[in-house]
Design a protein around this ligand. Structure first.
Ligand SMILES: [Zn+2]
Length: 124
């Protein structure tokens, strides 16, 4: 766990697309954690480069570390697919179920809050 984070934060250059996807998943996980794990103890999860940090619980940190690592290792970088429409779907089954739940839950919440900047990236 710790090793994954160090690997992530010390990554040197990210493409614009990687940054945007990582910013998006970070926000979605935070919104999900806020709503679903309101009483859980939160910790800071540092995103790579200048993407800031998210305050989420331990379970969500584990998931986010996985999601960020998968995104950084995406073999289809040159095709610039959106993860939603990917032809590979690199997530293992449990994490895939989790990300779908998170996207559905947080997508709805962000839409209600009028955060169309995030929604735009998610649907298009
Ligand atoms: Zn959580």
């Amino acid at each position: 766990m710790l090793e994954i984070r160090i690997m992530i934060t010390s990554m040197e250059t990210l493409t614009k697309q990687q940054k945007s996807d990582i910013r998006l998943i970070g926000k979605f996980v935070e919104v999900y954690c806020d709503g679903k794990h309101a009483t859980a103890e939160k910790m800071a999860f540092p995103l790579p480069q200048d993407l800031g940090e998210r305050r989420i619980c331990r379970d969500c940190s584990d998931f986010l570390a996985y999601a960020v690592a998968r995104r950084l290792k995406c073999p289809l970088e040159s095709e610039k697919p959106s993860c939603k429409h990917c032809r590979i779907h690199c997530y293992a089954r449990p994490q895939l179920a989790k990300v779908k739940e998170i996207m559905a839950y947080s997508g709805k919440k962000l839409m209600l809050r009028g955060r169309l900047d995030y929604i735009w990236h998610y649907f298009f």
